[in-house]
Design a protein around this ligand. Structure first.
Ligand SMILES: [Zn+2]
Length: 109
């Protein structure tokens, strides 16, 4: 009667985000279950806010899963924006120079 996955450890803004968490947990040997991800964007009587994708794990894995998710989310995105010293423009992390004024990225590796 008891469900195997009893702890909700994550609510994603997008299905891709929830899938990412699910995959990383899987890579670390933590079994998880995605819920609601197929409902996302579905037209119907379910409001979007109530159909956000969720990641559930079992009781024994909940602490490890939450720690892992915290770590994942504290990591800076590889394509995080940087702020141009020259003109103050927010530049996408994939660019090494400012697309607006041509100044090089400062403080980036
Ligand atoms: Zn600039």
């Amino acid at each position: 009667m008891a469900a195997r996955f009893t702890r909700r450890v994550y609510i994603g803004d997008t299905p891709a985000e929830a899938w990412h968490i699910h995959n990383v947990l899987d890579q670390h040997g933590i079994a998880s279950e995605l819920r609601n991800e197929t409902l996302f964007g579905a037209t119907g009587e379910i409001p979007v806010l109530e159909s956000l994708p969720e990641v559930w794990v079992s009781d024994v894995n909940s602490v490890a899963a939450e720690a892992l998710i915290k770590e994942i989310r504290s990591r800076p995105e590889e394509s995080a924006e940087w702020r141009c010293d020259g003109c103050g423009e927010a530049v996408d992390g994939v660019f090494a120079i400012c697309w607006r004024c041509g100044a090089p990225a400062s403080g980036s590796s």
